[in-house]
Design a protein around this ligand. Structure first.
Ligand SMILES: C[S@@+](CC[C@H](N)C(=O)[O-])C[C@H]1O[C@@H](n2cnc3c(N)ncnc32)[C@H](O)[C@@H]1O
Length: 296
């Protein structure tokens, strides 16, 4: 018998929360970390040059002034980002079940660096797909091809033993239905590793107002294909709780972690349908009434 799915929302730094979780206890983890860690530093390299009017006194009374020879704020911030991710990725692998999968959502600016980092923790053989989420919304630059996609890297803890439920994949229309015949055209085809999906509509029920909210359609596909009803799921950069909603609507349990009070408030309100007490309680753990909703 499958037990009822549970939903838990925790506020706090995810590294601390992760360190307190049992090894091997999650079947599927999805994260969508921010680029900016909030620790942007601007490191400046300086050199002292001799100058009779300089403000610093040196050896034998000679005077010096300080000149800036380099400033590296972008690189420093980026180095910080990878250093910030490292211990969290190590913990993510530890808490994954033996047949578990890890989905890492990022964009074209960081994906190459993150892939190299993830290979170190999971092993290259565990890398199974780079999913391109392509959308077509917003302004276009006239200086280069307008970037309109995100990258989602899929790693299995064990590349010989992972969950991929092909029968759960939704079907999409053929681009040229007349080339495949009526029956096939009516059935549609399965998507490849390039997923065309609109961003969260600017007006509409799904929108929470939380910046960087990801669409349910993308996350429900991941949940259905890479986990089973009753499984335990985790998002430790949860934001508005999109992954949690996808999990609960499909009968999976989910732990959501975010350090921001605003994110936790949005999640409590958004997921109150699953556990009404969440909307008002301080401690945010509750049994949910989540079930398959037929959405998607
Ligand atoms: C890009 S947003 C996630 C958006 C989410 N996928 C959604 O659909 O709403 C990243 C989230 O990570 C959270 N965050 C950043 N650093 C964190 C940390 N060290 N611990 C916990 N949460 C963190 C931020 O507060 C932010 O809500």
């Amino acid at each position: 018998m499958t037990s009822r799915p549970e939903l838990e929302i925790r506020r706090g730094d995810n590294l601390e929360v992760l360190r307190g979780l049992r090894s091997g206890s999650f079947d599927l983890i999805y994260v969508d970390p921010p680029f900016n860690t909030g620790r942007r530093q601007s490191r400046t390299r300086i050199r002292a040059v001799r100058d009779a009017n300089g403000d610093r006194k040196g050896f034998h009374g000679a005077r010096y002034r300080t000149v800036e020879i380099a400033r590296g704020s972008f690189e420093d911030s980026f180095d910080d980002y990878l250093a910030f991710l490292e211990p969290r990725l190590a913990e993510a692998r530890r808490v994954l079940a033996p047949s578990g999968s890890f989905f890492f959502h990022v964009d074209f600016r960081e994906v190459h660096y993150c892939k190299v980092l993830l290979d170190r923790f999971f092993g290259r053989a565990s890398f199974l797909n780079e999913i391109i989420w392509a959308y077509d919304y917003g302004a276009r630059t006239t200086k280069r091809w307008a970037p309109k996609h995100d990258n989602i890297l899929w790693y299995a803890k064990d590349p010989k033993r992972y969950i991929y439920r092909a029968s759960e994949i939704d079907r999409i229309p053929y681009m040229a239905p007349r080339l495949v015949g009526a029956e096939k055209a009516a059935r549609g085809k399965t998507p490849t590793d390039t997923w065309w999906h609109t961003i969260v509509p600017t007006s509409g029920r799904e929108r929470t107002g939380y910046p960087t909210q990801k669409p349910l359609g993308i996350l429900e596909r991941i949940v259905r294909v890479h986990s089973k009803p009753g499984d335990r799921l985790l998002d430790f950069f949860a934001g508005s709780g999109s992954f949690g909603e996808a999990a609960i609507r499909n009968g999976r349990s989910c732990l959501l972690v975010d350090r921001s009070a605003a994110a936790v408030a949005v999640m409590r309100k958004r997921l109150a349908f699953a556990a009404p007490k969440l909307a008002s309680r301080k401690s945010v753990s509750a049994r949910s009434r989540g079930s398959r909703s037929g959405r998607g």
